[in-house]
Design a protein around this ligand. Structure first.
Ligand SMILES: Nc1ncnc2c1ncn2[C@@H]1O[C@H](COP(=O)(O)OP(=O)(O)O)[C@@H](O)[C@H]1O
Ligand SMILES: [Mg+2]
Length: 224
């Protein structure tokens, strides 16, 4: 591509997705280390983000933010709108500036998670419509694990059980991910990674895909 036609976004957005316990957080960190060792400029980030709406979402997921008067958790629609709003802030505050600076952005979850998780209790088309502003990833790595492996890893990890952790819900989310990939796969390049493998093998599989992406379209950092 000639310099005159270079898009404003010269970086690359790579999103990791999967069931809770699939290993996306582990792999974002491992991928970042590997890419940095190769001289890439990398930003790691996550959704929900660390911004103000992201904080609200985390509170809602752990039951610390509820409706007044003992009326229970936030409505699913509210939560879906919060995720979409957090995504807008996240793009503006972190993702787009990094892409414009030519960085490789590794995001732990993005719009596919909204389609899978919020789409489990709401019409997926509506969830997609409120996320119309979301920047499509250049590459989405779907870390695929069985429900059992995800549950074992969550148990090993410990920490508070979140709203979506019950096994029945995970099963539904897993189905929803398939529907979400079918829907979103038309606009995004979604690649399945066998997440049941040992950590190192999962990283290697992810890295191979990232190299392919960066090789096809080198980032500023890569050619420097
Ligand atoms: N491929 C793997 N094999 C074995 N254990 C793993 C693997 N990937 C992650 N883990 C472990 O499973 C737990 C959950 O991983 P984590 O990255 O937090 O998952 P996620 O962010 O997808 O919910 C952690 O204790 C992590 O060390
Ligand atoms: Mg995680």
């Amino acid at each position: 591509m000639s310099p005159a036609r270079k898009p404003a976004r010269s970086g690359r957005l790579i999103v990791l997705e999967g069931l809770d316990g699939a290993g996306t957080t582990t792999q974002v960190e491992r991928l970042a280390s590997a890419l940095r060792a190769e001289g890439q400029s990398v930003l790691t980030t996550r959704e929900p983000s660390d911004g103000p709406v992201g904080v609200l979402i985390r509170q809602a997921l752990t039951g610390r933010l509820v409706l007044p008067g003992g009326a229970g958790p936030l409505a699913p629609e509210t939560l879906a709108l919060l995720y979409a709003a957090d995504r807008t802030d996240h793009l503006r505050a972190k993702v787009l500036p990094a892409l414009e600076a030519g960085q490789v952005v590794l995001s732990d979850r993005s719009v596919l998670s909204s389609l899978a998780y919020q789409g489990a209790s709401l019409p997926m088309e509506w969830v997609e419509s409120i996320n119309a502003h979301a920047v499509p990833a250049d590459l989405t790595l779907f870390v695929e694990v069985s429900i059992e492996v995800a549950a074992r890893r969550r148990a090993a990890r410990g920490g508070p059980e979140e709203l979506f952790d019950a096994e029945e819900k995970q099963r539904r989310v897993s189905k929803q991910y398939e529907a979400a990939i079918r829907l979103r796969g038309k606009r995004e390049h979604v690649v399945r990674i066998d997440g049941d493998q040992p950590v190192e093998a999962v990283t290697a599989a992810c890295l191979a895909r990232v190299h392919k992406l960066l090789g096809r379209k080198p980032t500023r950092a890569a050619v420097r």
